[in-house]
Design a protein. Structure first.
Ligand code: SIN
Ligand code: CO
Length: 379
């Protein structure tokens, strides 16, 4: 799968469009094929671990429900849409599509969402808080996009936040292989013109509110933040109700010194590698032995579980620090050069791992990861 951004380089795209303005990419993917069939998608939506949503607009009445869904028959063959989030957690083929957008780093990725729309189906005019590449699969959809400013949101249904009708700055039809890039905040409305599938590669960042809320838990769980203010040099107070500037600065310094680089990277590494949705991991660990893994590696590569997040920081990986699925892992010095391979590659082949195969620390780690389901051999 190869992405063509209208003869633009990724650098130009980033400089001129990313987070700035919408872009219609015609035939971004030549000969694009759906990553799954509507039947396979409906199958996923019956699974309670999979996040799915169904939106209908019958005769102007909006309805929205959350899955799992046993059947969609009662909805007929028009005016409804089925959505499955985090398709990348369940469908290995998703990775090939996401990789096309790897000029944006994975820590920014939210998920790959798929939607199947029947004629007239859509989720209604709305605003998203993420940037998205909406890749049109089979069928076609009409998309209208409005100006970023001056939109009013309202609750169209308890599970649907809509915006008032807007004057379109774009009114286009997407056909198979076309892509619509939308920065966050632009109101948009997509309506299927015929049974159609679209694959949305979404990017988001967390709000400070979300991060501080999780940071508080991290500080408590990791037993940090015990510092208190010492003030042996305190001058006499003339106004007992006053917090003077010197005291304000002590309090500020107490908080800021807690938030040092180590805490921030330890926290964000964990925070950003937490999977948003359930991962397809075994309930109980497998029982592979080191030899099983090494022998199997000679035959086939290890594949990273879809949706598993692995990240490393430029300023700490040389200390062996890597974050995998919400955990910090500290590798021995001899395995530092493994870290970029773990985090940047979807497949670990015998060749990629050649330098480490005889390393006993590596053997234990990789066997543990295989037993946890983090990396797997394709059956
Ligand atoms: C859809 O794909 O049906 C809706 C996607 C969106 O507009 O967020
Ligand atoms: Co949207």
């Amino acid at each position: 799968m190869q992405l063509h951004i209208n003869d633009m380089t990724p650098e130009t795209f980033l400089a001129e469009y990313w987070q700035k303005k919408p872009l219609v990419i015609r035939q971004g993917f030549k000969n694009f094929e759906d990553l799954l069939t509507p039947e396979e998608m409906a199958g996923l939506a019956t699974n309670e671990m999979v996040e799915s949503r169904r939106v209908s607009n019958k005769g102007g009445v909006w309805d929205a429900e959350f899955g799992p869904f046993e059947s969609h028959e009662h909805l007929g063959d028009s005016e409804w849409t089925l959505i499955v989030q985090a398709l990348n957690n369940w469908l290995p083929q998703s990775e090939a599509l996401i990789q096309c957008f790897d000029f944006i780093p994975r820590w920014r990725l939210d998920d790959l969402m798929v939607s199947y729309g029947l004629p007239g189906g859509g989720v209604g005019p709305h605003i998203d808080l993420y940037d998205v590449f909406i890749c049109q699969g089979s069928g076609s959809r009409r998309w209208r996009v409005g100006k970023k400013e001056g939109n009013t949101e309202f609750v169209a249904h308890p599970a649907l936040l809509h915006v008032e009708q807007f004057e379109p700055i774009l009114d286009i039809e997407l056909n198979t292989g076309d892509i619509l890039y939308l920065p966050s905040g632009y109101p948009h409305d997509g309506i299927s013109l015929e049974p159609s599938m679209s694959f949305s590669v979404g990017y988001r960042t967390a709000s400070s509110k979300e991060m501080f809320s999780a940071l508080a838990d991290h500080i408590i769980d990791s037993g940090q933040g015990e510092q208190r203010i010492d003030d042996p040099d305190r001058p006499m107070s003339k106004h007992s109700g006053l917090i003077d500037n010197q005291d304000f600065n002590r309090i500020k310094e107490q908080m800021l010194s807690t938030m040092n680089d180590t805490l921030i990277s330890e926290f964000t590494g964990r925070f950003l590698t937490n999977s948003k949705c359930e991962l397809d991991l075994p309930e109980q660990k497998f029982e592979f032995q080191i030899e099983d893994v090494l022998t199997q590696l000679e035959q086939q590569p290890l594949i990273r579980m879809g949706g598993l997040r692995c990240l490393y920081f430029e300023n700490s990986y040389e200390q062996g620090i890597v974050y995998i699925n919400g955990e910090q892992v500290i590798l021995p010095h001899t395995l530092v050069s493994l870290i970029p391979r773990l985090c940047n590659l979807q497949e670990l082949t015998n060749e990629v791992l050649a330098d480490y195969l005889g390393n006993s620390d590596f053997q234990l780690l990789i066997t543990d990861w295989v037993n946890s389901g983090y990396w797997y051999f394709d059956a």
